[in-house]
Design a protein around this ligand. Sequence first.
Ligand code: MN
Length: 329
Amino acid sequence: MRHLFILRGFKVRWRMGQIILAHGDCDGVCAASIVLAARRDAKVVFTNPAGLLSELKSIEAGSIIILDVALTSKHKNEIISEFKRLSLKNEVIYLDHHPLPQGLNVNKLPVRTLKGVRGACASELAYTCFKNDLEPEMSRVAIYGAIGDYSDNTPGVRRLLEKWDKRELYLEAGILVAALEGVRRMDFDFKRSLVNYLSENKLPSADRNLVEMALREAERDEEMRRVVKSLVKTHGNVSYVVNVEWSLGKAATYARAYGETIIGVAADEHGEKIDLSIRSIGLRNLHRITSSVAEALGGLGGGHANAAGAMIPRGKLLDFVEMLNEKLA
Ligand SMILES: [Mn+2]
């Protein structure tokens, strides 16, 4: 619902109604689609952990639903005060599954959230939260999101899967994941139209353009894995690649695999910054290590126990790799 304000009799100003702030990966896109199906008037804005604070600051008022966007330890205090400011006027719902930065307690966040759902990705949380306003068959969109985030083995998703043949859904999720990996990260128009499409519960396989994108990405994966293999460098327990033009997450995974190390890093230099994906096996705290190293270098980062992301100043990549390796020891 949009509110119309008439100021001084002639000036007309629109104030924001409902805003969805979502991450742009498969889980974020699916979570946004689910919420949009329940809240048809909402406006969808894509953001990420580094951008969340400035998005919140730019909103004067409105009912806000945040999906799959981690809170960074660097901005945690400012984000909490934005949550407080915004929730004085309207409801703020925060649905996420990244570990909170140290010092924050999910029970004390000044927003509405879902508690006690261990391992559930943002799409599962969104489906659970908005279930009463959804067609039950929207559950498959929650399942695509869960597969995209490797989170389809939770009790909640297993229950949702009982109503489907999972093999059909894996094909649909696979198309979605591959198409999203293939699209530029900042192609928000494409992602917004995808959210509209999925919010109507239309199948990814029914959109030939999406299928084409997924097939092209599959071909590219086959080629880029070899590129990563030829470029990977190793320092102690950390392998890394720089500026391979591929999905950062996949590049990090294969850097780790081909470098035969515990951690893989993929870096993308642009302007004065470096975007990083970090992937590990068998760690419990990659998000913590990543955020402390990135912050020590003047950047920021976070994520999950074995998958994280960071942004650091240009020229600091070798320091980052060196410090990650030290933290492992
Ligand atoms: Mn997620």
